[in-house]
Design a protein around this ligand. Structure first.
Ligand code: C2O
Ligand code: CU
Ligand code: CU
Length: 491
């Protein structure tokens, strides 16, 4: 495999070099594909990393929790914020200053805590030398406030985004979405948490306050001087694993239950997480609570996906450790250092899954790469802001069958996973290749992983706004190369 892939990459095909952005050599999740899928998990095919970056001693720094921003003004129905989009430095590695792009100076932007049905108005001032814009991932917002790719904030300009928060409690996040720049802008640090608090959820008694901790997981490639290297041609070579912006940190916890809100903000990597030393209970997926808690021993999160889990450290002795491991190595270690009272609980029922209205039509979407022309396609087309790919009716549901046909990209013998993300609309995953999804995917979602050769069927709840919204592969190197389409929502 190695020599075959190298041959492809080094010469031969006109588009040979273009295979690099597409071919996954070592980090594919191994358990999510059905067995008949050609498998991408091929260690023998790994091309050795050219640049590996500075060595990291795991668990030598503390994981911070991104600071929650306090609104600068509060009116009767709106919380008002102002954030600049600016360059800054961050210590991703201990003692090394890395130039990054930030919201408000922080590599993991400030956490915005919104309340259901209370509006948020955030003005973003673009202090960068290039375009940016802001998208609230998972948010149901008007088209003009959604961060449409060509609807950007020019350097020096500012822009106010209004978020109604008329949706159930959830772990959302905000990030850049500027046309063709989204992968690099997000990679360099334009990402932050946006949490919607919900009275109905609060009454459940889940761990809250200091025991409700958002954790942003992602990867990076750093050079020896500590600079972030963005190489869209080799997104699999990003060996440094970050939790809340620190490489493989530790986090001190009490011997009790915690809620962790996990987000994969990588632009490409699929995390496949296990917990060593305690049980994980998944309580929420992308856009809110699951119907009931699900014990899980493995959590697969592709770019943009979230999972809220509860971990109970009560049975871990003081001084004990619980490690979060990815298939690529340890990500984070919880160090149990003290006792604490725990009145929180995980009720057997979290929220009823209301039946979605009957779907009004079916559609088929096919995701594929075109390595020869270095393009990424949906239904054989690259994104064109001037073309509407589908018209959909507001307030309806539809069945979308989404297939990843990339089982053998450019004849390389390698398959490539994709995922699929819808703006505005949320969906239920009906099946994967005709089989019921695991219970952890049994709630409302906005992003779903699709393995090479796999077909997912989604029941898409279009939503109540009008206008144009995009959907795309959230492996942002792919969306930046065109794997994106748009729907127009009409009356
Ligand atoms: Cu987080 Cu268009 O996406
Ligand atoms: Cu989104
Ligand atoms: Cu993709």
């Amino acid at each position: 495999m190695l020599s075959r892939r190298r041959l492809l990459v080094l010469g031969g095909l006109t588009g040979g070099a273009a295979l690099a952005p597409f071919v996954q050599s070592e980090l594919a999740p191994s358990g999510t594909a059905s067995t008949h899928h050609p498998h991408v998990h091929d260690h023998a095919g790994r091309v050795p990393a050219v640049r590996s970056g500075p060595a990291v001693t795991p668990f030598s720094v503390r994981m911070p929790v991104p600071a929650t921003r306090v609104p600068s003004v509060q009116t009767g129905d709106t919380d008002i914020y102002r954030l600049s989009v600016q360059q800054a430095t961050a210590q991703l590695l201990p003692g090394v200053n890395t130039p990054v792009l930030t919201y408000g100076g922080a590599f993991c932007g400030p956490t915005i805590r919104a309340r259901r049905n209370r509006r948020t108005l955030i003005t973003f001032d673009n202090k960068l030398g290039h375009d940016t814009n802001v998208h609230l991932h998972g948010g149901r917002v008007a088209a003009a406030h959604d961060g449409y790719p060509t609807d950007v904030i020019a350097p020096g300009a500012g822009r106010a985004y209004l978020y109604p928060n008329a949706q159930p409690g959830a772990t959302l996040w905000y990030h850049d979405h500027a046309h063709h720049l989204e992968a690099e802008n997000v990679y360099r640090g334009l990402h932050g948490f946006y949490l919607i608090d919900d009275e109905a959820e609060r009454r459940l008694g889940l761990p809250s306050g200091g025991y409700d901790v958002p954790i942003m997981l992602r990867d990076a490639l750093l050079d020896d001087a500590g600079n972030l290297i963005f190489d869209p041609a080799d997104p699999y070579n990003r060996p440094t694993l970050l939790a809340n912006g620190k490489a493989q940190p530790y986090f001190e916890v009490a011997a009790r239950k915690y809620r962790f809100r996990l987000l994969n903000s990588s632009t490409h990597r699929v995390f496949e997480l296990t917990l060593d030393g305690a049980q994980m209970t998944q309580i929420a997926t992308d856009v809110g609570l699951l119907p009931a808690p699900v014990p899980v021993d493995r959590l697969v999160l592709s770019s943009g996906e979230r999972a809220d889990i509860v971990v109970d450290f009560a049975k871990v002795p003081l001084g004990g450790h619980v490690t979060v491991n990815d298939v690529a190595g340890p990500v984070l270690r919880f160090d149990v250092v003290r006792q604490a009272a725990d009145r929180s609980r995980v009720p057997a029922l979290l929220r009823p899954l209301a039946p979605a209205p009957v779907a009004v039509r079916d559609r088929k979407l096919v995701l594929s790469l075109d390595p020869v022309n270095i393009r990424a396609l949906i239904n054989d087309q690259v994104f064109d802001p001037a073309r509407v790919d589908m018209q959909v009716k507001r307030g309806t549901t539809e069945i979308w069958e989404v297939t990843n046909t990339d089982t053998n990209v450019g004849g390389s013998g390698f398959g490539v996973p994709h995922n699929f993300h819808t703006h505005l609309s949320h969906f239920l995953l009906l099946d994967r290749d005709g089989k019921a999804p695991p219970p952890g995917e049994g709630g409302w979602k906005d992003t779903v992983l699709i393995q090479p050769g796999e077909t997912v069927r989604l029941q898409v709840d279009i939503g109540s706004h009008l206008g144009r919204y995009v959907y795309h592969c959230h492996m942002l190197e792919h969306s930046a190369l065109g794997m994106m389409g748009q729907m127009e929502i009409v009356n």
